[in-house]
Write a protein that binds this ligand. Structure first.
Ligand SMILES: CC(C)(COP(=O)(O)OP(=O)(O)OC[C@H]1O[C@@H](n2cnc3c(N)ncnc32)[C@H](O)[C@@H]1OP(=O)(O)O)[C@@H](O)C(=O)NCCC(=O)NCCS
Length: 222
């Protein structure tokens, strides 16, 4: 099978054996089942738990060793997604992989919907049921968990994570490595600073400074 860009089958490695890593496997497998020229090669992880090793084995996915072992041993597969929920950890890993020849793969579940003129950064992962409106920019390694909605003209900077069911309203700008908790709602036209943590279920009604933790309805921080 040949992909539209002519490079053929994409053989993709997931970095991370924990929960989100295995959810990335679901996205890649759904893409393959829908006819995308994608194949899961396996999972790399510097310290997988015994339980996660069992979970990989139970679904027939190979463990390929640590990141260094993968890079040293695999001359063919140099495409990866970062299957790690923490924006900070993801950022460190992306920096570690830069210059190794490994290239991020952008994984989009076939059930996700997109309006016109949406830019998807390298390594972005978009899970099932996500709805992205028009003129949105998703940065590198942005994660959108299941059933997230992203409003028109929103900008999600590199390494942003949006947990399940959260609502990002129109024209919101999320700074690098910000995290939005499950079912949180961000009202329209807001700026969320770099590395801010928006708690699960919070309703954000004001601009948020970098690095703070926001909780409650309406969302407040120390
Ligand atoms: C807001 C958050 C970042 C705070 O983390 P934390 O600083 O480690 O907070 P703690 O667990 O130590 O709790 C501190 C206090 O905040 C409260 N709290 C924690 N999360 C809260 C939330 N989302 N909304 C309201 N209050 C919250 C706790 O009850 C506790 O209150 P107390 O001091 O009166 O006992 C975190 O709880 C959160 O919501 N993360 C997102 C989780 C998520 O999306 N999960 C889905 C993953 S797929």
């Amino acid at each position: 099978m040949t992909s539209p860009d002519g490079f053929g089958l994409e053989r993709v490695v997931v970095v991370g054996a924990s929960g989100f890593g295995r959810e990335c496997l679901d996205v890649l497998e759904a893409m393959a089942a829908a006819g995308s020229p994608v194949e899961v090669v396996g999972v790399v992880d510097d310290g997988p738990s015994e339980l996660n090793m069992e979970r990989l084995a139970a679904r027939g996915v190979a463990y390929l060793g640590t990141v260094d072992e993968w890079l040293a041993g695999d001359a063919v597969t140099r495409r990866y997604v970062l299957g790690i929920g923490s924006p900070a950890v993801r950022r460190r890993l992306a920096a570690r992989l830069e210059g190794t020849g490994a290239r991020p793969f952008t994984a989009i579940h076939p059930s996700a919907t997109f309006g016109a003129r949406v830019a998807k950064g390298e390594g972005a992962v978009v899970c099932a049921g996500v709805a992205v409106s028009t003129n949105v920019r998703l940065g590198r390694h942005v994660h959108l968990n299941p059933n997230v909605t992203v409003g028109h003209d929103a900008v999600l900077s590199d390494f942003v994570s949006v947990n399940p069911g959260a609502v990002i309203s129109g024209e919101v700008v999320l700074g690098t490595a910000a995290l939005v908790g499950a079912s949180a709602t961000l009202l329209q036209n807001l700026w969320i600073g770099k590395g801010a943590l928006i708690g699960a279920g919070a309703v954000v009604t004001r601009n948020v400074p970098a690095g703070v933790v926001v909780k409650g309805v309406p969302g407040t921080w120390d």
